[in-house]
Every structure is written in C-alpha cells, then in structure tokens.
Design a protein around this ligand. Structure first.
Ligand SMILES: NC(=O)c1ccc[n+]([C@@H]2O[C@H](COP(=O)([O-])OP(=O)(O)OC[C@H]3O[C@@H](n4cnc5c(N)ncnc54)[C@H](OP(=O)(O)O)[C@@H]3O)[C@@H](O)[C@H]2O)c1
Length: 404
C-alpha cells in the first residue's frame, strides 16, 4: 500500500461505474441498487458476455428508474483479457460479481491494476485475495489503482465493525477485539460454488498465504494477530463462541496492520472471529459438521453432488430474504476500558451485500477518501466514509455499552 499522488478522479473515463456480472443473482441486485442510488450526474455501464441478457437487465433497470436509459453495455468475457482491458479503461471503478473468483477473477484484477482503475468485488476466497496481492499490488501502487476485495457480507460488517469498535476505545493502546456473528441467512448458487472451490483447495490456499507473508512489508513497530480460542461462553454477548475460520478475521487484522497510522488499532492488536450460538448443544453439532463438511468436499463426486443442489444464477427468494437478518457484535478492550458494539442489518448474503458492494463503488468514485493505492481493505480505503454511507442506507453501527 502506498500513498497516491493525486485524488483518483479520471474525468476522461466514459463511466464512473461499470458493473460486470449484472446478469447473475448478486450482480442483478447490485444493478437494482445502483440505478436507485447513482448521483444524478453519474454515468454507469453493464459489462457481460451475453448481449441479449445485458439488454434484458437494462430494460428492467429502466423500469426501476427511467432516468438511467443511457446505461452503457460493454462486451466482456473473463476468458478474453483484451475485453477486460477495455472495461478497465472505460471506468473509474469496476465492480465485479463474476465468481468463483479463483476461476474467473484474476484477469480483471490485473487489467484494473494496469489501467489505474479502482476495483471492488465480493470474494470470500482467501487464496484469491492473497494471489491478487502477489500479482498486482506493486503494479497498482504505481498506477494508483485501489483494489478492494471482499466488499460484501465477507467482510464489510466485520472490517468496518472492528474499525468502529477500535475508534470507541482509547487511541494508541494495545487492543483486543472479538467479533461474534449471528444470522439466519441461506446461500445462492454462486456463493455455494465459490465456497466449494476454495474449500477443495486448502493446500494452495495455505501456500498463497505463506508466500504473501514472506512478500508483504508491514508497518514498523506494529503488530496485528488473528487469534483462535476454544469454544466458550461469552458473558458480554450472552452466546457460546464457535471459532469461525472465514476470510473476515484475515481482513480485519490486515486493516490493523496496514492502516496509515497506529491511532485507530493501536501498536499491538489482536482479533478473534466467532459464530455466536444461543444454545450449548449447537457447539458440538457445528464443530462436527464443520470437520465432516471439510473432509467431504475434498472428494470430487461429493463436491459435484453438493454443487448440483443450487444452480448458478439461483438464490433465495425476495420473501425469504425479507425474513433474513444478521448481527455482528464486537467486544473490545484497551487501556482498562471495554466497549460492546453491534453492526446490524437485513439479509446479509444478498440484499445487504448488494448495498455494501454498490456503496463501496460509489464511495471510491465520489468520496474524498485517504490518498492510498494498491491492494486495500474496506477499512483502509474508505473507513468512516463507508460507515456513514451504510448507516444512511439503513445498516446500523451502535455502541451497546461502555465500561468504565
Ligand atoms: N462475500 C459475500 O458476501 C457474497 C455474497 C453473495 C455473493 N458472493 C459471491 O459473488 C459471486 C457471484 O454470486 P452469484 O450468486 O451472483 O453468482 P451467479 O448468479 O452464478 O452469477 C455469476 C455471474 O458471472 C457471470 N459469468 C460467469 N462466467 C463468465 C464469463 N466467463 N465471463 C463473463 N461473465 C461470466 C454470469 O454471466 P452469464 O449470465 O452470462 O452466465 C453471471 O452474471 C460468487 O463468487 C459468490 O461467492 C459473495
């Protein structure tokens, strides 16, 4: 990560925002959100491989907001790098929901890094983020591109929630935060296929993480650690904690390690990421289910059978999503003070994810953010501006209690 020389405005680019993947489930919801929230002067395009499908999406969007009938359509296929370069050249910010990212994502990140174009995605695949760091961070630092992965439920509520919690604790002191997630959400085809892809590649994932650790320089005199505890009762949140090995903990600690100053997270930061269960009996069931699940997806025919349960392009109905919610509670301590905070919203996987992804792109395109470039996190790239946007859009960030 380096400081950018100038503010990332690219007046010569035809579009402020280009969305790649609008014909899919998460991409369609993101397109709906964008046409209702793009500033009046904002210019937007959809990119994809199938012109007929793109035109159908544009017709639907014009029905939602007739003022956006001039949405551009760009041909782009993730197997055709030249088409991705054209997309990157045409936009200030590229949004992509074309996943699994390990399968389809790398060439677009490289094109955005080369062309100095800001980039946001929905990946929750740790190996993809580490490989993109190794392949593109140095180029992006030179061109000024901000490459921000994991701009959905993975990992915005956790990354920005940890930042919000840290900002409610004494500055510049050693700090410990635990995050506790609860939700009743279900999956789309794209998410299921992405999770299966990553879980079937544990060894390459660990290799990429270790290559990254060797290559990455970190801020001198600063420590940030991801800790894993045993399941236990948490008196503050009133839940049983089950360690959750998702990408979120890595993103939070990366934010702490690479934040421009030690003011927010302090010189010695540790974070643990957990699911919160109300009932004790959920704990052994979850741990056994996790171990059996990981073992099962290493077997290709089992993986294929699971993948067939939800087809690509399918996801939970509007009715199901309206009944879905999430909370992430944080308990932070520093210099003898404890703070208990909560981030809360509706359907995390799709309704809120589309909002988070679109607001991240709009923040990069239109807000006055820190002048940084390279691979960034949502907290380091947009921080408070994105918290303000999401709060205005109906998600809540709140302090529940302080001691003393
Ligand atoms: N982290 C989170 O919180 C979160 C939440 C939701 C989703 N996600 C991730 O978002 C991604 C998308 O999920 P989804 O449910 O929206 O998937 P989906 O419905 O299957 O959509 C996939 C999209 O990718 C496009 N695509 C596939 N191959 C392509 C290619 N070669 N070139 C160009 N476009 C191609 C499809 O276009 P066609 O219509 O032309 O086939 C479609 O628009 C997944 O990786 C998922 O894990 C993450």
């Amino acid at each position: 990560m380096t400081e950018k020389d100038d503010h990332p405005t690219c007046p010569e680019r035809p579009y402020d925002v280009v969305l790649f993947g609008a014909t899919g489930f998460a991409g369609g919801l993101t397109a709906d959100y964008l046409v209702e929230h793009l500033p009046e002067s904002g210019r937007m395009a959809l990119a994809g491989r199938n012109r007929d499908k793109l035109e159908a999406v544009r017709d639907r969007l014009t029905g939602i907001n007739p003022d956006v009938s001039d949405i551009g359509l760009l041909h782009a296929d993730s197997t055709d790098p030249a088409s991705l370069t054209e997309v990157a050249r045409s936009a200030k910010v590229v949004i992509t929901t074309v996943g699994p990212y390990l399968e389809y994502g790398a060439a677009l990140v490289a094109a955005c890094a080369e062309e100095g174009t800001d980039y946001v995605d929905l990946t929750g695949e740790p190996e993809f983020v580490d490989r993109m760091f190794l392949g593109n961070d140095a180029t992006a630092q030179k061109t000024g591109a901000r490459l921000v992965h994991a701009c959905g439920f993975d990992s915005i509520p956790h990354d920005l929630g940890a930042l919000y919690t840290a900002r409610n604790l004494p500055a510049n002191a050693p700090m410990e935060i635990r995050g506790v997630v609860r939700t009743n959400a279900s999956l789309s085809g794209g998410t299921l296929h992405s999770a299966l892809k990553q879980l079937s590649r544990l060894r390459p994932m660990w290799q990429a993480a270790s290559q990254r650790r060797r290559a990455e320089s970190t801020s001198a005199g600063r420590r940030a650690r991801l800790t894993v505890g045993f399941p236990r009762r948490d008196r503050v949140t009133g839940t049983w904690l089950i360690p959750l090995p998702t990408i979120d903990g890595q993103i939070v600690t990366r934010s702490a390690l690479t934040a421009p100053s030690a003011d927010d997270y302090g010189p010695d930061f540790s974070y643990s990421h957990n699911a919160g269960a109300k009932k004790l009996r959920t704990v052994p069931a979850s741990l056994v289910g996790f171990v059996v699940g990981i073992a099962a997806v290493q077997i290709a025919p089992v993986r294929r059978a699971i993948a067939r349960r939800i087809a690509a392009g399918e996801g939970p109905s509007q009715e199901r999503r309206d009944r879905t919610w999430f909370t992430v509670e944080f308990v932070g301590t520093a210099a003898g003070r404890t703070v208990h905070t909560r981030v809360r919203g509706g359907d995390p996987g799709y309704t809120e994810t589309a909002k988070m992804l679109a607001e991240s792109a709009l923040s990069l395109a239109f807000d006055d953010n820190p002048a940084l470039a390279g691979q960034l996190t949502t907290a380091t790239a947009m921080g408070g501006n994105l918290i303000d946007r999401l709060t205005a859009a109906g998600m809540s960030f709140e302090v529940l209690s302080h001691t003393p």
